[in-house]
Design a protein around this ligand. Sequence first.
Ligand code: URA
Ligand code: URA
Length: 330
Amino acid sequence: MKAEDLLRRYLEQRREMGETELVLDGLSVEEVMKLVGIKRGKGAPLERARPIVREAEGASAAGEPASAGWRDALRVSGAAPQPPRAEPIRSDDLPAARPARSAPFAEQVAAEPELPAPAAPLAPAPPGLVVGSAEMERVPPDIAAAVDLDQLAELIRRCTRCDLYKTAINAVPGEGSPHADFMCVGEAPGAQEDATGRPFYGQAGQLLTKILQAVNLSREEVFILNVLKHRPPGNRNPLPDEVSACRPYLVRQVHLVAPKVILALGTFAAQSLLETKLSIGKLRGSVHRYHGIPVIVTYHPAALLRNPAWKRPTWEDVQLARRILDSASA
Ligand code: URA
Ligand code: URA
């Protein structure tokens, strides 16, 4: 991708998030300087770049290109987004988890530099989209007849409603407390989930566990599931037909668990659940309804691994979901 396109895409993402400050990566210093009209030279260009990122100590060893120190500085600060990826990322695309980086989620958020203060986190959230019970009519009788999650999981394991079962190793029906008050909905199993049959099992899953812990929820007390129950080959995007084929399971799971709040993780889960094409930036911050249950939308944990700047908005979203849970339980 050309430097201008990368920069434009990045700026659009940031604006969508309501961000006003920048951390740039995936572009060399020279490219960015050219883009913003800074001429090559000594002293002045670096002075211009400095307010954006701190330089890493000792990173500008003789002979290294300027961009190396600049990117290292970002990585050292913990603020570096991964280079932009064209493909959606699931946990299995990512390198193995590094236990050393296991600060609690709230601390990770607090440690993110270069971020504006959260915007009025306690303001009441406006109502959003409503997706409702007309869907019930589309649930086939065998799925509607499943009396509990175990029966439903059995149907899911034998499911041939779309072709994904042919390439998947295991179905991933979902797991957690059968009467959880808090439900997390992801996109689809990745390789590790496919291998184990368990949702959010890879690195994104570990981050999800921390995000939940940050609002005093354990994985065991919530229910975690995906829109799709079988892995799309190579983690390709789910097809509309696959989403439709799988939807009755989701509807039945939501009815059986009857959570007090649903957290939709990422663009795909949010758009599938809420039957909308609206961007995640537009969907965040409102309280939508799915079969009467409040739905909060946030970034996918895999996206946070790529772009730590999304941790703070995610933290706000999860706190909003927690407040809804608390007020529903009060
Ligand atoms: N990403 C998802 O959306 N779901 C999983 O289960 C794992 C990664
Ligand atoms: N993948 C998703 O499913 N959602 C995001 O927001 C980013 C990556």
